[in-house]
Ligand binder design. Structure first.
Ligand code: SAM
Ligand code: SF4
Length: 329
């Protein structure tokens, strides 16, 4: 459906959990106070929201976290979601550390793409950023996903002090048919306290090695979100840019978010949203249709009210104070 500014909202980002097994320094370096299980939407409740979203024209579902695979039976949820919405895309964003045992099943259930976060191309730097020794396993999962034909993308946040990792990360797109997407650090959670490594500076570094870097043809669709992509003859995959601040893409933003506690978030930088959990947990045995109608109305209201633009340039105007792991990215 369209929001109040006429944008087509067709993309729902679903966070399965706020828990994570990594401690990325820009996201949740000290861990988070874990939300009680009872506050987290059950898979059944999430699927009910997805069913309502389908009715309102959502056709792309992104499953994320925290880390989606720290939640038990995430793979069954993905299968159920794909069955519920066979003609929609269902994609996944993961840190890749727990992914390997599920790759075959993901391919069989028809996953439409996997984004794997990898901020460094060296083990020690990976450890310094994430607090984890899983570098080799993440890299292996990226290779396995790409090799079995899953559309695979690497997500790397542009971090100050990490400039030397840029070319080694881009090199992965020379070796495998994967897109390497560079994400501008957003002032959310711990990210607010860090300085930036700008996409402009990153592009200048890339041009030294890939002087023919240029936008992909308009008809080449690489995804369903705001990233824009560039190509080079030397690369099998593409370089993607998610530069929400320096290249504001709010006029074409097509997404809404569902947190693991059931808050429908119309925009990343504002803390408000619609409490869908309260509706889902209302008891109305006499007339279940009432709850369904209320859910549809709340969802369409949330979509319609989506703000015109984010306010990341004015730090004081940001009202979202949760960590990115609690929101889902
Ligand atoms: N744990 C999974 C992962 O890391 O891919 C999924 C959730 S994570 C919150 C989703 C994405 O958000 C990751 O690619 C992560 O790098 C990115 N992210 C986290 N904090 C960020 C920030 N402050 N600015 C930009 N991206 C951020
Ligand atoms: Fe976990 Fe992803 Fe946040 Fe890193 S970015 S701490 S992997 S949720």
């Amino acid at each position: 459906m369209k929001d109040q500014y006429g944008r087509d909202i067709d993309y729902l980002r679903i966070s399965l959990t706020d828990r994570c097994n990594l401690r990325c320094k820009y996201c949740m370096p000290d861990g988070i106070c874990q939300t009680a299980h009872s506050e987290i939407l059950t898979y059944e409740e999430i699927l009910t929201v997805c069913q309502a979203a389908l009715q309102l024209g959502i056709s792309h579902f992104k499953v994320t976290g925290g880390e989606p695979f720290v939640r038990k039976n995430a793979i069954s949820f993905l299968r159920d979601l794909k069955e519920l919405a066979p003609s929609c895309t269902v994609t996944l964003t993961t840190n890749g550390t727990l992914l390997k045992p599920y790759i075959k099943e993901l391919r069989e259930l028809g996953i439409d793409g996997i984004n794997i976060s990898l901020d460094a191309a060296q083990e020690e730097r990976f450890f310094a950023i994430t607090g984890s020794h899983a570098f080799a396993s993440v890299l292996e999962s990226i290779q396995l996903c790409a090799a079995c034909g899953i559309r695979t993308k690497i997500n790397a946040v542009l971090l100050p002090g990490n400039e030397d990792q840029l070319l080694p990360l881009a090199r992965l797109a020379e070796e495998m048919p994967v897109d390497v997407r560079l994400i501008e650090l957003m002032p959310i959670g711990e990210g607010a306290a860090l300085s930036v490594f700008s996409p402009d500076k990153a592009r200048k570094i890339l041009l030294q090695k890939y002087p023919d870097l240029s936008p992909v043809p308009a008809e080449e669709r690489r995804g369903y979100g705001p990233a824009h992509y560039e190509q080079s003859e030397k690369l099998l995959g593409r370089i993607g840019w998610i530069d929400a601040i320096s290249h504001q893409f709010c006029t074409s933003c097509n997404r809404i978010r569902l947190t693991s506690t059931g808050l429908l978030k119309p925009c990343l930088c504002y803390g408000n949203g619609v409490d869908l959990r309260a509706i889902l947990r209302k008891k109305n045995p006499g007339n279940p249709n009432l709850i369904w109608d209320e859910l549809l109305l709340a969802l369409s209201d949330g979509i319609f009210q989506k703000p015109r633009a984010h306010c990341f340039q004015e730090h004081d105007a940001i009202t979202e104070h949760r960590k990115m792991a609690e929101i889902g990215g």
